[in-house]
Write a protein that binds this ligand. Structure first.
Ligand code: NDP
Ligand code: BG6
Length: 536
């Protein structure tokens, strides 16, 4: 009897083969043993690289998530040396507080100077990468190339990479080595330009090698939405038009453009935040359960839901631009903003998912800069109880399930209970899962380390697929063109306010109801920045 027959492994694997419908069923992300990992940060001299990319790599290195055999190569046109790059990065790496293994990390960072067009720079880079891969010819090799560059140069950069850096130099068995390209938003300005960019990149690298970052997909609570939705039976029946009256997805910043107005003005808040970050959150709220955890099964479901959304109607939009107040400058006072700009810094848009689960439920996507607070959250407001037998107003006692992404991750449910004591009066209270008190010793990493680690593991689940991008742009492109033509009014709002009053009128018109005010008291030992009473 063979070993396999003895242990029954053959029959089990045979059984797996015949019961499995798809190779996706057995998928798992892994890092091959003994991988020679080279990470290239193209645009290493820039802002994103020093503020996000290198600190994320440092975090991963410190915590033992990068392979033993890793080297990080900065690449840009600036004439830096290994040492000057390290000195430039040092203060940003020190900012994280924990400087353990900082020198060790920096010693693995070096710099290659080169142009983005032409061949010399890229072939020089390839020589450096191939040399180290050639030193361990039997080991698989991975090249992660992170484009911390303006998208205008992506096509020429990808063409250079294709010509010179797309093949690893090892003899390890095929399929274990890889080359992956991480690209940053913005992916175009509208449907057409995004498709043109996708087309150009798609001619150079297949979708499996392209990792489009939307950093909201790396946030703890975005990823938690997925688990929460599909692992809790009690939520399953609630999650539809039968019980949900409306969904609000909100992004607020309590500061203005602060010198980044030049970049921002070319895009505006709809392109900068709503079309990407908020629509991704909407996809997680609206999607159906995928058949497996394979990244494409998950992304198939996200695309499905996005394709059910018709382009947003101008009647369902309120735009705003902040003005000077409380000693803070208005948007037009930012010297990097063109005079008289009509770019919106605030938008509230209402979209509908036309499928059986969500028909008629408004999804209110609201984003703004220079508002009264910094916050990102998803809020599902349930319908009221049809036959309310208690004292009080059923219309202002709606259950709300809130998933707060930032600041201070939390999930809470507004919940009606009996007022404690001799009364039977119903009051609003909450079931509260505040992460800082429930998981006090857990460090929640920033989105970038998570996403970079996923890319190294070959997990595209939290990266935007081309058809997802197309569906997202389709929803907003007619509106964006109307804004660009100046056809949509832009209301002023004061710096530090809640945005234009018209936005509140819009959400009330589509069905959102302001709950009665109630007091939320943090437990005395809870370190949280949430105030002592929550605005309902
Ligand atoms: P930068 O404008 O600082 O550009 C990064 C590098 O690209 C520069 O150091 C420069 O390198 C090179 N570069 C700049 N302009 C050009 C040009 N016209 N042609 C060729 N090369 C150019 O961008 P950021 O670092 O701020 O951002 C990089 C990308 O990441 C952008 O797409 C941005 O939208 C995105 N992003 C940025 C965030 C941030 O916090 N800053 C946050 C989220 C996304 P050199 O001249 O040395 O070659
Ligand atoms: C970026 C936008 O994508 O996200 C910025 O370009 C915005 O305008 C930022 O400030 C917000 O990110 P976070 O993680 O701070 O909410």
């Amino acid at each position: 009897m063979s070993k396999a027959e003895e242990t029954g492994t053959e029959s089990i694997s045979h059984l797996r083969r015949i019961t499995s419908c798809s190779e996706r069923d057995h998928w798992s992300a892994k890092i091959p043993n003994l991988l020679t990992l080279s990470i290239v940060v193209a645009g290493a001299s820039g802002d994103l690289a020093k503020k996000k990319t290198y600190p994320a790599l440092f975090f991963l290195y410190q915590n033992g998530f990068l392979c033993k055999n890793v080297k990080i190569f900065g690449y840009a046109r600036s004439k830096l040396t290994d040492e000057s790059l390290r000195e430039r990065l040092r203060p940003y790496l020190e900012k994280a507080g924990d400087t353990n293994r900082l020198e060790e990390f920096l010693s693995r960072c070096s710099y290659v100077h080169g142009e983005y067009d032409g061949d010399a720079g890229w072939s020089g880079l390839n020589e450096v990468l191939s040399r180290r891969e050639g030193d361990r010819p039997e080991s698989p090799a991975g090249r992660l190339i992170y484009l911390a560059l303006p998208p205008t140069v992506y096509p020429q950069v990808c063409a250079g990479l294709r010509r010179h850096c797309a093949e690893v130099a090892t003899r390890a068995e095929p399929g274990r080595s890889w080359v992956r390209i991480v690209v940053e938003k913005p992916f175009g300005r509208d449907l057409q330009s995004s498709e043109e960019l996708s087309e150009e990149l798609g001619r150079l690298f297949p979708e499996e090698q392209l990792y489009r970052i939307d950093h909201y997909l790396g946030k703890e609570m975005t990823q938690n939405m997925f688990v929460m939705r599909f692992a809790n039976m009690f939520l399953s029946p609630l999650w539809s038009r039968t019980y949900v009256s409306n969904v609000q997805i909100t992004f607020k910043e309590d500061f203005g453009t602060q010198g980044r107005g030049g970049y921002f003005d070319a895009f505006g808040i709809v392109r900068d935040v709503i079309q990407n970050h908020l629509i991704q959150l909407l996809a997680f709220v609206g999607m159906e359960k995928p058949v497996s955890l394979h990244p494409d099964d998950i992304r198939d479901q996200k695309v499905q839901v996005l394709r059910c959304i018709k382009p947003v109607k101008i009647d369902n939009v309120v735009l705003g631009q902040y003005t000077a107040a409380h000693g803070e400058p208005g948007y037009l006072d930012d010297e990097t903003v063109p005079r008289g700009s009509h770019t919106p810094t605030f938008a509230s848009t209402v979209v509908y998912i036309d499928n059986d689960r969500w028909a008629g439920v408004p999804f209110i996507l609201k984003a703004g800069k220079a508002l009264d607070e910094r916050k990102a959250e998803i809020r599902l407001q349930l319908r009221e109880t049809p036959h309310f037998i208690f004292d009080g107003n059923p219309h202002t006692s709606r259950n709300e399930l809130v998933v707060r992404l930032q600041p201070d991750e939390a999930i809470y449910m507004k919940f009606i209970v009996k007022k404690p004591g001799l009364d039977t009066e119903p009051i609003i209270s909450e079931l509260d899962l505040d992460y800082s008190s429930r998981y006090p010793d857990t460090v929640i990493p920033d989105a970038y380390p998570k996403l970079i680690l996923d890319a190294i593991r070959g997990d595209q689940q939290h990266f935007v697929r081309r058809d997802e991008l197309r569906a997202a742009w389709s929803i907003f492109t007619p509106l964006l063109h109307a804004i660009d033509r100046g056809e949509v009014p832009i209301y002023p709002y004061a710096y530090g306010s809640r945005g234009p009053a018209e936005a509140d009128a819009l959400r009330t018109r589509v069905g959102w109801v302001q709950n009665a005010k109630y007091d939320w008291k943090a437990r005395p030992d809870t370190p949280t920045s949430r105030g002592s009473s929550a605005r309902l």
